[in-house]
Design a protein around this ligand. Sequence first.
Ligand code: ATP
Ligand code: MG
Length: 264
Amino acid sequence: MEDIHVSKRHPRAESIRIRERLTGHIETKVLALAGLIAHGRGEAFDYILGEETTPSAKTAITAAAATLLLAEHPVLSVNGNVAALCAEEFVELSEATGAKLEVNLFHRLPGREEAIEAVLREAGAGEVLGVDGSATARIKEIFSDRRTVDPRGIFVADVVFVPLEDGDRTEGLVRMGKKVVTVDLNPMSRTAQFADVTIVDNVVRAMPLLVSEAERLKASSGEELKRILDAYDNARVLSESMETMLKRLGKLSERGVYLEPSEG
Ligand code: ATP
Ligand code: MG
């Protein structure tokens, strides 16, 4: 897919390029229409956050890498949005942590699993779970028809990485006793609130950082990784992300009009 031309001076040039990538994936079936709406919800929070990775998001990224490296059966859950936005980084994270890749969809429309699997394979993935009718296990903790998972993957996992996930399903995973790591721009979403480690950042910015953190920490001992997690406080990370948004809006609210039209 070719990127459209966006002027470098456009204040949301990167965001427009990402939108273009997502809308292109409607045609490939990787993305359901609801995925576009979910992305828009995330973008609104990114706007308020300042479109930067905050220091507390970096703390959460370190804890996320440690959690995945300490896990016995870690699984990276892939949906349409993350396949469209960061398939390469998912494959790299899976290689760095030994976690399995599982396609886990809210909307299992015909052709979607295959399309997402193809994107993952193109990004270099080997084993891909949750496809070809292999999502046969039912999570009884999730009360909807969107609860099937792979018996070799999420069903038996101790740690599940579920970026951009719906709250009902996250709650189901937590009730099953799984540790949940997420990336979610909205610190108030149920997923952000229920997870053990919440990276409040755009998944596009967070994934490369998470991959390098996992590669850096890979050589650490179990004791060192446990120490990182003992010192980690997800509630504090969530508070800090809310505070960043609050402070930024507070500053802008002193002026109300703070943008000037550019010349010619
Ligand atoms: P919940 O079900 O957890 O209460 P919700 O119903 O408000 O959340 P969903 O559409 O179920 O929202 O979940 C998608 C989540 O992904 C949203 O919280 C949204 O902010 C977040 N999101 C969307 N795009 C991105 C992105 N690019 N990076 C990070 N987070 C994103
Ligand atoms: Mg939801």
